[in-house]
Design a protein around this ligand. Structure first.
Ligand code: PEP
Length: 248
């Protein structure tokens, strides 16, 4: 049986005081449940101190594809390791659409993360226009192929995929369990055609307006192995309920 894993994406939210309150609430409530919080870079040190010894892992929301050098404003994989990160989100739709990250750049970031021993959470997903024009599978396949061509299908044994339909992120519009399951099954079968063992173990998270109220019906789908949670990951009771729904 595959593990289920819920990751929180705090995006550019938080403060030292808010984070302390949130992490203090999460730690006892999620004891024994594997979960991840992906925090803004400046709060990695806080996450490291607060979460040490807990069952909650922490990570970042982005990294540089470069190892080191004259890249002002960038943060490398080895810097994330210095703060105890084990996960990093790559290719979030906000990075792709607002910061122009191409499939090739996302693949480079994915490889930089893995080369350092971090587990990339690779985000894929279609826009509303793409869904409406019937190219959801083609878009997701293209985003996956960029990584598989660069890093090999075997690399997915040390990765998590997050299917996040862009039209569902932060909009309050969740994909129906059937819509999400259909794309998850497509992703798994596409990978199974290359390596059945990797596909069978691969954690594929769903992301897009997941809340306590809709988590159970999503998490029970056979190919949904957890979630990548934005807004609701900032509300302790919501995130705890989602993690518990996934862990059932
Ligand atoms: C996200 O940021 O990855 C996300 C899914 O956001 P939300 O849960 O707020 O839709």
């Amino acid at each position: 049986m595959r593990k289920k894993l819920v990751a929180g994406n705090w995006k550019m939210h938080g403060s030292l005081a808010e984070n302390a309150a949130l992490l203090t609430a999460l730690k006892p409530a999620l004891a024994g449940i594997e979960a991840v919080v992906c925090v803004p870079f400046p709060y990695l040190a806080q996450a490291q101190v607060e979460l040490a010894g807990s069952s909650i892992a922490w990570g970042a929301q982005n990294l540089s594809e470069q190892a080191k050098g004259a890249f002002t404003g960038e943060v490398s994989a080895s810097m994330l390791l210095d703060f105890g990160c084990t996960y990093v989100i790559v290719g979030h739709s906000e990075r792709r659409s607002l910061y122009g990250e191409s499939d090739a750049l996302v693949a480079s970031k994915y490889m930089a993360a893995q080369a350092a021993g971090l587990t990339p959470i690779l985000c894929v997903g279609e826009s509303l226009a793409e869904r409406e024009s019937g190219v959801t599978q083609a878009v997701v396949a293209r985003q996956l192929d960029a990584v598989i061509d660069a890093a090999g299908v075997g690399s997915l044994a040390q990765a998590v995929i997050a299917y996040e339909p862009v039209w569902a992120i932060g909009t309050g519009k969740t994909a129906s369990p059937e819509q999400a399951q259909a794309v998850h099954a497509f992703i798994r079968s596409k990978i199974a055609a290359l390596d059945a063992g990797v596909a069978d173990q691969l954690v594929i998270q769903y992301g897009g307006s997941v809340k306590a109220a809709n988590a159970a019906e999503l998490m029970v789908q056979p190919d949904i192995d957890g979630g990548l949670i934005g807004g609701a990951s900032l509300v302790a009771d919501e995130f705890i309920a989602i993690c518990r729904a996934a862990a059932k």
